[in-house]
Design a protein around this ligand. Sequence first.
Ligand SMILES: NC(=O)C1=CN([C@@H]2O[C@H](COP(=O)(O)OP(=O)(O)OC[C@H]3O[C@@H](n4cnc5c(N)ncnc54)[C@H](O)[C@@H]3O)[C@@H](O)[C@H]2O)C=CC1
Ligand SMILES: O=c1[nH]c(=O)c2[nH+]cn([C@@H]3O[C@H](COP(=O)(O)O)[C@@H](O)[C@H]3O)c2[nH]1
Ligand SMILES: [K+]
Length: 682
Amino acid sequence: MNGPWSELEDGFPAGRLFSQGVSYTYDDVILLPHYIDFPADAVDLSTRLSRRVPLSIPCVASPMDTVSEAAMAVAMATLGGAAVVHGNASPAHQAAIIRSAKSRRIPLVTDPAFFSPSDRIAYDTDFNSAPYALVTESGTTKSRAVGVVAWSDWESLADKNVPVSEYMRPARASAPASCDFEQVAAFLAGEGLEYAPLVAEDGEVVDLVTAEQVQMIRSFPKLGVPSVGPDGRFLVGAAIGTREEDKERLEHLVKAGANVVVVDSSQGNSIYQIDMIKYAKNRYPGLDVIGGNVVTIAQAQNLIKAGVDGLRVGMGSGSICTTQEVCAVGRGQATAVYKVASFAKDHDVPVIADGGIANSGHIVKALVLGASTVMMGSFLAGSHEAPGVFEYQNGRRVKKYRGMGSLEAMTKGSDARYLGDTLKLKVAQGVVGAVADKGSILKFIPYTMQAVKQGFQDLGVSSLQSAHNLLQSEVLRLEIFSPPSPFQREMGYMVKNLLTLSSKSSRKIHSPIDFDVTLVVKSCIENGRRVKKYRGMGSLEAMTKGSDARYLGDTLKLKVAQGVVGAVADKGSILKFIPYTMQAVKQGFQDLGVSSLQSAHNLLQSEVLRLEIFSPPSPFQREMGYMVKNLLTLSSKSSRKIHSPIDFDVTLVVKSCIEVRTGAAQVEGGVHGLVSYEKKPF
Ligand SMILES: NC(=O)C1=CN([C@@H]2O[C@H](COP(=O)(O)OP(=O)(O)OC[C@H]3O[C@@H](n4cnc5c(N)ncnc54)[C@H](O)[C@@H]3O)[C@@H](O)[C@H]2O)C=CC1
Ligand SMILES: O=c1[nH]c(=O)c2[nH+]cn([C@@H]3O[C@H](COP(=O)(O)O)[C@@H](O)[C@H]3O)c2[nH]1
Ligand SMILES: [K+]
């Protein structure tokens, strides 16, 4: 810029902004608009998941057991993205999920139960995954389909103890599973069918397709270019671990047709992962291997040297993460994506920005900061395509979503990672929660992509490549949002205390019929919990206590307290929770690569240890700030009364004020100090 304004500068180029020793999350930064000379529809979001795996949209479903199984994989592939099937199952089961996804050509997987005509259906749960069941001659997928049981027909039976043959509807004709969506739609219409079993070439009954589903898909936005592998089938990714037995798992997955594998660790720069990457690249040279997670250039460098075809970036940035609190390691996600992607581009290694995507704006930021794709967990978790069934929580339809490092996921079934570790203390690095029903991803992802295109248009970039060029050219300008006011910060602390105490209770409170919400919140803090007094030594109470000599001669002086009196929830014996806390500290040390205090101090002095400041406020403070804002908005209009049944759960009140994800963060040990953990509204 020339002239009198040349001193003024619009924001900072990324290189300058991200080199000040501050860790920025997506919410800390904002992109300044540039020049528009094309319509939003002209934006092309096609990209690469890894070196040799192209996608038409930059969306990837996370390898989590509440996100990515067959239904998610086919829907993501239909949209032009991809899902990475989780590995929290036996290798055979994980391979079966991949086979199931690969056997589809339409974006539907309902996974109905199978019965034979002589079977009796006793349980409602047989209709958990689909509102109908399939009837085949032998009751297995391997025999001829003869009928369909609708849940509504079964439900209205007076006597459930009758064979299926008495009330099933006949399956008049089957459709070949090799049909694509338009062919299936034409088949149903042509035959005048309400439903038809889908049958594979080998005669296996794969699923049931209904005219209603076809109608629903037609009502969604037009589907784009699907992701298809070299095998001509839907592209599917799979996660593996870094244990010896994962080599065998890998073989199962490759046989099942996995097109790309992700080595899934929270801290990927380890000898275990590097060995696994080398093994996989050597054993299957044609297979793209994605490594991670990493957040620094040094970590990325090691994995690139080991031969990765893609990098997964993010530590502690996920919505269910507690890693940064438990292990004290991680990085603000905007900084991590920018740093790693700037390095990886010179090695032609695409970057996946993993975790922390809560809205389309975060996707724009991740892509513009250098990522080639975003990986999402919570954003997809409440969808029809996510595993699990919808439940009702306080009148809302929700689906479970949990961290893969949560106690619940770690102890699930056959988890090999921890099978050999029964003697070790398990320390959770994630929580369990629930996400509201979001409908089908076939509907909301196209809308999300349209929003991303509009963001790109505002920046004046019509493709990912031009966004990255803009970033590196320094034409792209960014700014940081201002720090929180003292008031916001204080509110953050307040709500933290509030939630620590209030979130855990399945306890019921008996209350008068008509009352004030704030009273409930208060009573839930004050009542019904086992607590012990805890007070500051400078609190008035401690200062004036009995024979305290310090103040005996000071009766004339004004006493000014510098501490408060409070109470702390029952934590059990320190003989129990301190060992857990030490285990968490060890895991933090491991993530840093130091095996003793002395080596930690050596690392520090050698300047190999790197730190960053969180942009104030910390993500936690900011989150808490949002929460209390919602809470206060709803509860402070306290002249308003709520009419409630006599007996109800306090948490429901708190939850209805703030939609929270709650979970037993660490039942044993109380490692990060919270009885349970609450995350921001969704
Ligand atoms: N992105 C993130 O911020 C985080 C993600 N997670 C997710 O939770 C899940 C579990 O992650 P991790 O705990 O990192 O699992 P992990 O299995 O990679 O590591 C667990 C522990 O086992 C050790 N280990 C791994 N391979 C080994 C081998 N061959 N021999 C001996 N020890 C070995 C590791 O060093 C670590 O101490 C993953 O799905 C991950 O994506 C968990 C925490 C944070
Ligand atoms: O600290 C963590 N503890 C966990 O238990 C956990 N499980 C998953 N992940 C990571 O979070 C990502 C998904 O994040 P979002 O829900 O924000 O999309 C995922 O893709 C993972 O990278 C975890 N991180
Ligand atoms: K770890």
